[in-house]
Design a binder for this molecule. Sequence first.
Ligand SMILES: NC(=O)C1=CN([C@@H]2O[C@H](COP(=O)(O)OP(=O)(O)OC[C@H]3O[C@@H](n4cnc5c(N)ncnc54)[C@H](OP(=O)(O)O)[C@@H]3O)[C@@H](O)[C@H]2O)C=CC1
Ligand SMILES: CC(=O)[C@@H](O)[C@H](O)COP(=O)(O)O
Ligand SMILES: [Mn+2]
Length: 385
Amino acid sequence: MKGISLLGATGSIGTQTIDIIRSNRDQFELVAIAVGKNLELTREIINEFHPKLVSVQNQADAAILQREFAGISKILSGDEGLIDVAVHPDANVFVNAILGSVGLVPTLNAIEAGKTIALANKETLVTAGHIVMTRARDRKIPVLPVDSEHSAIFQCLQGERQKNVERLIITASGGSFRDKTREELLDVTIEDALHHPNWSMGAKITIDSATMMNKGLEVIEAHWLFDQPYDKIDVLLHRESTVHSMVEFHDGSIIAQLGTPDMRIPIQYALTYPERTPTNAARLDLTELGTLHFQKMDFNRYRCLRFAYEAGRRGGTLPVVLNAANEVCVQAFLNGKIKFLEIEDVIEWALENHVPTANPDLDTILSVDQETREIVTKHLVSRFH
Ligand SMILES: NC(=O)C1=CN([C@@H]2O[C@H](COP(=O)(O)OP(=O)(O)OC[C@H]3O[C@@H](n4cnc5c(N)ncnc54)[C@H](OP(=O)(O)O)[C@@H]3O)[C@@H](O)[C@H]2O)C=CC1
Ligand SMILES: CC(=O)[C@@H](O)[C@H](O)COP(=O)(O)O
Ligand SMILES: [Mn+2]
């Protein structure tokens, strides 16, 4: 029996992780969860799984749940609660499905505590990939990708030698606005942006898919996970989201991983690795599909992808700024405060105004993350109000 601790239990990846645990109760036990503000769903999860530890974002919500679930679950709150969930003594695998760079510190604590890491939270590697991967390597802790493209690449690399890899090929659906020109993007709505053509996901990553920042974050994530330089990581536009990513080898072979767009497949692979266990995910019917399409990326159309490659290549604290500015801008767009194309303008402004620190330590990363949020928030107020 594997004990699972789960950050982001009420989110898109979190609830799908719980679906897997529910369908495989003989294999997995949900021992600790962290959530944000969705108390209704949290109550349902506690009633069904009786996790030993539950952490919520706010102290006031923790007090409410403490009264309701006394004697069933220990209830904590805030950043300390996230860490206690990540290192819970009964957990073997730590699933990080929280949103945003708040996922970084719990991951580092879980590594120190010797937990296997199943990582959906890409911000962890974007902000501090050098620290996370070094500490995991030193302690021999597996960091297993949950993100579909990285799971695909990880699967393609099984049994292969690093020295034989020529390039990683990450696929991109193009997101909700892939058929629109830049002029047509000027006045798009939040509802339109939230309409991903292939995947059902949380709001923030759905907007990231539309701006192509999601792919940019994934390029940086792949750089750290698979130890490849940026000039060996390519992105291809692939409308069908059927080939989840590929690896090209020195001999000219390309190995790809295919499947229907269902996150339960990569989540379950990370939970059971190196085993593969059955899922009831819909099967891919290649004859029904008929054809697959691949196109070169246009870096002028998708400026956020260019910003991410540049930030990744220059390194230091630039990816921290890229990510923090993006988190603030996407939230502002979702709150109706800025227009869609202003997301990338403000991210560019934040990157241009940052003096990077090379090889930052954790304290520097956390303070640059916080400062960027404050600077960008102020900039949005002065620019648009
Ligand atoms: N969705 C997907 O298919 C994929 C997602 N990912 C990555 O996985 C991560 C999660 O994405 P997704 O599931 O879509 O996001 P969601 O918005 O659906 O879920 C986010 C989860 O994090 C919780 N949360 C947010 N902020 C805090 C906080 N400060 N403290 C405690 N809990 C918090 C939310 O709680 P609550 O709702 O209770 O407020 C919720 O449980 C992201 O990094 C994303 O990029 C990667 C690949 C695919
Ligand atoms: C499911 C998943 O991993 C997402 O990151 C997904 O890949 C988003 O798709 P696009 O960013 O390619 O639109
Ligand atoms: Mn992905």
